[in-house]
Structure formats: structure tokens, C-alpha cells
Ligand binder design. Sequence first.
Ligand SMILES: Nc1ncnc2c1ncn2[C@@H]1O[C@H](COP(=O)(O)OP(=O)(O)OP(=O)(O)O)[C@@H](O)[C@H]1O
Length: 232
Amino acid sequence: MLPLVVEALDVRFPGLALPALDIPTLQLKAGERLALTGPSGSGKTTLINILTGLERVPHNRAAKSSVRWGDTDLASLSERRRDQWRAANVGLVMQDFHLFPGLSALENVLLPQRLAHLRLPAGMYDDALRLLSQVGIERLDQAVETLSRGQMQRVAVARALLGRPGLIVADEPTASLDAQSGAAVAELLLDLAAEIGATLIVASHDHRLVDRLDRVLRLEGGRVVQPELAAA
Ligand SMILES: Nc1ncnc2c1ncn2[C@@H]1O[C@H](COP(=O)(O)OP(=O)(O)OP(=O)(O)O)[C@@H](O)[C@H]1O
């Protein structure tokens, strides 16, 4: 469960006249659940990449930028340290799953933990079995590329939850699913995040998901549109 304080975030890309992100300040309470919305190109993926340390926090000429999760300021970490921080603290669910073909559902859930630790921590294997059961995956040895899209996304949710991360970030987790699978994945994500008390950030246009979160942060042209709307 991690709180967030962002200051003076100014992200520019070559060829863009205006900043891709211009966020003077943003705060999230530990355990808060935020929906990130906005039109295509408004900066949602860029913000997710910065908040998860996938991209470095750019130097801001006007003010000192910081992206602090608890005691850790991502702006002060090297790429390697950001990768280590992400492996220890963040569960990621991406729109197109990012699963590894050729591996089973179970191995896909275990792989990030195997890569992050020399030996799989005690209890992790049993936790993976429990999570796969909770998301309703029964054939643990089934090659992941033979699963349905809804099943793949449920494996991705189980993988993101393993290790009980303090932060779960999901980028359009229901966008490529049919209505029924999307609703099931939304339900699981919310239930399981609540179970471990994780802070949750979900970029989504899916009202079944957005309406159930604590806050909606809408981006337009890289800026937060005020006032923020409270989710119904
Ligand atoms: N590496 C890059 N180089 C140049 N411009 C970039 C780069 N990454 C993003 N942009 C630009 O920054 C802006 C924000 O892009 P971003 O992908 O964050 O938007 P988004 O809200 O996630 O869009 P979508 O909903 O379509 O995924 C866009 O104008 C995009 O073209």
C-alpha cells in the first residue's frame, strides 16, 4: 500500500510543441483507487510509464521534479534501481496481456518472481496456485497462447497480484475483451486489489470499472482537467 506525491512533472518529446505531460502536483493516498481517463494522445500511457519507473522522470528546467512513492523518489533512481523497485512494488496488467508464449499459465504467473529472486520465495508457489484458482484458471499446465483472451487477461491479473505489490497499475485491462469477460476481469482486479490493500491505478474508458474507483483523473493535452470528478 503506497502513497504517491508527484511534483513538477514536465514531460516533453521531440517534435511536440507542448509538453506531453504538465502536472504541477498530484497526490494519491495509500490504498486509494484512481481511474485515469482522457482522449487518445492525452498522456495516459506516458503517465503510467513515469509512475511505474518504466520511463525516467525528465529533468525540469523550472522546478525540481519528483515522483515519490512512500520514501522512494523515482526521479533519483537509475534505470536499474527503478527496475528493482518496480519488481518489488508494482503489479502491471497491460491491455495486450504481455504473457510469454510457450510457457504454461502457472509458469507465466511465476516468471517475474523467478526473475526477481534467485530462488522463488517461500510460499510463492502456493500463492500462485491460489491466485490462479481465484481467477478461475483450472488447467494450470495449459500453454498460455491456447487460452481465450479473457483467460489470458485473468492470468495477467494473477501474475500482477503475486507477491502482494503495494501498487497495481492496469492499462486498459478490459479493452480487448468482450463484455462478459471484461466484467469478470474488472471484478477480479477490484476484489483482489482490495484483498491485499494495494493502491490501484487503472487507465480505462470502461464505466463498469471507472465508476467503481475512488477518484477519476482526466487528462487532456497532458494536463489534469479540473475539477477532478468523484466516481459515482
Ligand atoms: N516516445 C515518444 N516520442 C514522441 N512522442 C511521443 C512519445 N511517446 C508519446 N508521445 C506523444 O505524447 C502524447 C501522449 O501519448 P500517450 O501515449 O501517453 O497518450 P495516451 O493518452 O496513452 O493515448 P492512447 O489512449 O491513444 O493510448 C502523444 O501526442 C504521443 O504522440
